[in-house]
Write a new protein. Structure first.
Length: 210
């Protein structure tokens, strides 16, 4: 039996709605985020999930508890979002105004450039993959849900696809992506599915110039 990993991004928060960078800082879901989670709960009612893991950030925990109210939620600290350091809590425009040089360096080479008081994507990737590999090996042949963050999902998908485009694979709030493992390798079978969110406006944080 193939190992199946359901990657669920947490529901929307006020900071998502306000276009603010949110990494390590703890922000709860807003009413829209709770509605999104309830929609995803209904969508996943046909799935047989053996174990549920979550980032230790409040927005992920709250999402997990709404979707899987009968399950024990196992918290994994290393599945929390990247630390945005001095960018935390700021909007794209505020970052350009307050920290233009730091921003330009980071967005040009985010894998090797750490935001002051934050993380580089390489450091972030290392801790996320360590946690993911541990969880996936412990539950080989099982169906596992991981409730986490946009950056965490992007790092995992980039790793599976052997890609190097962090921005491309950041999914929407309360989205569903699926990784499946057969013949010792994971494949991406679903990415950023938000069919269950029909009629709900999606809040997207701007990371760089389009």
């Amino acid at each position: 039996m193939a190992t199946k990993i359901l990657l669920i991004r947490h529901g929307s928060t006020d900071w998502n709605a306000q276009q603010r960078y949110c990494g390590f800082l703890d922000v709860e879901l807003n009413n829209k985020g709770r509605l999104q989670a309830r929609r995803l709960k209904k969508r996943l009612s046909v799935e047989n999930v053996d174990k549920v893991y979550s980032s230790d950030r409040l927005r992920a925990i709250e999402t997990a508890k709404i979707i899987f109210p009968e399950d024990v939620i196992h918290l994994v600290e290393d599945l929390k979002e990247i630390s945005f350091g001095i960018f935390e809590g700021l909007t794209y425009k505020e970052i350009l105004k307050k920290h233009p040089q730091n921003y330009k360096k980071w967005v040009a080479d985010p894998f090797n450039t750490a935001i002051p008081q934050g993380e580089s994507l390489n450091i972030f990737k290392k801790r996320v993959l360590k946690a993911f590999n541990k969880v996936s090996k412990e539950h080989a042949g099982k169906s596992i849900a991981i409730v986490c963050h946009g950056g965490v999902t992007s790092v995992l998908i980039n790793s599976v696809l052997k890609a190097n485009d962090f921005w491309k694979y950041v999914p929407d709030s309360a989205s569903l992506s699926i990784l499946e493992k057969e013949n010792s390798k994971f494949k991406l079978s679903l990415f950023n599915d938000i069919a269950h969110l029909k009629g709900i406006k999606i809040d997207r944080v701007r990371f760089k110039e389009e």
